[in-house]
Design a protein around this ligand. Sequence first.
Ligand SMILES: [Zn+2]
Length: 305
Amino acid sequence: MSCSAMRDPLRRLDRAFTAFFRRVKVGAKPGHPRFRSARRYDSLTWDSGWGLHDGRLALQGIGQARVKWHRPLPISAVVRTVTVRRVAGRWYACFSLEVSRSPQAAAAGRPAVGLDLGIRHFATLSTGEQIPGPRAYHAAMRQLRRAQRRVCRRQKGSHRRQKARLLLARQHQRIWNLRHDHAHKLTRRLVSEFGLIAIEDLNIRGLARGLLAKQVTDQSWAAFLTMLEYKAAEAGTRLIRVPPGGTSQTCSGCGSVVPKLLSERTHRCPDCGLVIDRDTNAARNILRLGLSRQASTWPTGACVA
Ligand SMILES: [Zn+2]
């Protein structure tokens, strides 16, 4: 093994302990860094001792490997490290690059939108559009259950169980891929279409422990929000988090409170007669809150000028 690839585990160990002691210091409940057996250790990083020859990746200590390029490396980019990862029996090379920042596109002229994340639909926009969750997801979940049962039936420590475990890992990976593909495409579309996005500041950790824990985890909102955040920053789109609560009970037309059960899917206002979808109503309220927040955060001098 190359010395570069051996330096990396030390770096990782150092990071793990630094993070551990930092959490101890602030009084959080830290998990002690765990020993990782060869079976769990799935990646190696080269910071030197690698090269590219005719599209082949040469790694010191390994030799040359054929690479199926997922996309070309940007010409101006400087490659800092190469990480080789094993994911569910497949091998990937990840390049970390240093690129000069591209100029931010102006957000001016793009409309504002409110976004309500939900269980029934992945997201509802204040425009009334409802975005479903990733397609083929339910079929994938069914296959996952079958793969899980197959592992359980086989004898512990057997080769056949090992094979079944790999198939199960592939199923999990497929579901992860479906979710992330969906989240990447949706967040990209949102930031290029809108100049301001208002969302509820959800306590995802709290929700993931609650009554709808499975459904909440299933939607992987945390990953979605992380992507939305960095893609918005890149595109010059403003992302505004509004305090959660009350958005589905308030009428987006007149502001009066219309209590309703979780099972009631339509918002009917007795005061102004507005009848719209429950989630669309919530998304419109989120947008209104977001816009009012934006106004209050502007420096006062700007309004006078
Ligand atoms: Zn109303």
